[in-house]
Design a protein. Structure first.
Length: 298
């Protein structure tokens, strides 16, 4: 038998038609704005930063500093805990909202969807900053409690702590949890709910044994998005957390903006990326990463 030569790259491109031409802009965009910056950041994490600037080198000093100090590892673990808590609380808040939207029809559904989206028409910074006059010492809550005679002096525990950060993160990321769950619930076959009712299932049993299992793709999709957004949060802990409740993103930003230590800042960013990648990989072994990221679209 005569071996058939492997088709050349030019032949494969010609055979695939204009498909590769259509994909070329997207691939070029990813290369320029994603692959190249990440590659540069990884390379810079092995460089040295001094008072004279950042110099190319290949040393592990930055990573030794990251993993050799309990300050950075502890802050990373604390950030993961806050992100996981934000995801869990967002799920508890968002699921009833998504379930309500899926049950509504007509003008009521349009009205509730509009109310859900209205806060997100403003800037992320504005939506975070608005909690300052609400939770502050002279804010709405303290003024109301003083007027009702419940307290004698303003409370200082409402702001500049992890509770305020958690509240702010849940507020700004609720939409990213609600929408995937709502889309999944909207696609549920009503015949399944009717069958459960005909078989004598109570509303709570239908929810637990039918609705929740079928909505898991949307739950996983929203959970992954909220977790990723929360773990990289910067504005919310900066405004609501104060110096005692900063997250890992604030430490990374300080290396670039204040300390001018770009090499160490890159090492911190790469470390956080690796940790998140490991978490997503472990998650993918149990639920499937593609299902978690795209579950609400199927």
């Amino acid at each position: 038998m005569i071996a058939t030569p492997a088709p050349s790259l030019r032949h494969r491109l010609a055979k695939s038609g204009p498909g590769w031409l259509l994909a070329a802009p997207a691939v070029l965009w990813l290369l320029i704005f994603s692959v190249v910056p990440i590659g540069l950041m990884v390379a810079m994490s092995f460089w040295k930063s001094t008072i004279f600037g950042t110099h190319p080198d290949f040393v592990f000093d930055n990573y030794k500093r990251v993993f050799g100090s309990s300050l950075y590892t502890g802050q990373l673990l604390n950030t993961l805990r806050i992100a996981a808590t934000t995801t869990l609380v967002s799920l508890v808040v968002s699921y009833p909202i998504a379930l309500l939207l899926a049950r509504l029809t007509g003008p009521w559904k349009s009205a509730f969807v509009l109310l859900l989206f209205v806060p997100f028409w403003s800037s992320y910074v504005v939506r975070t900053f608005v909690w300052l006059p609400i939770l502050g010492r002279n804010g709405v809550i303290n003024e109301a409690l003083l007027a009702l005679g419940i307290i004698d002096r303003p409370l200082d525990v409402l702001l500049y702590n992890q509770g305020a950060v958690l509240l702010g993160l849940v507020y700004v990321f609720t939409l990213f949890m609600t929408l995937p769950i709502y889309v999944t619930l909207e696609k549920l076959d009503p015949a399944l709910l009717e069958a459960a009712n005909d078989l004598g299932a109570r509303p709570l049993q239908t929810l637990v044994r039918v609705i929740i299992p079928l909505s898991l793709p949307g739950v996983m999709s929203g959970s992954v998005m909220v977790f990723l957004l929360s773990i990289g949060a910067y504005i919310t802990p900066q405004l609501l957390g104060g110096s005692s409740s900063l997250m890992f993103g604030n430490i990374i930003a300080s290396q670039f903006l204040s300390d001018n230590n770009w090499a160490f800042g890159s090492a911190l960013a790469v470390t956080m990326m690796l940790v998140v990648s490991i978490i997503l990989s472990v998650l993918g072994r149990f639920v499937g990463l593609q299902q978690a990221l795209l579950g609400s679209s199927g």
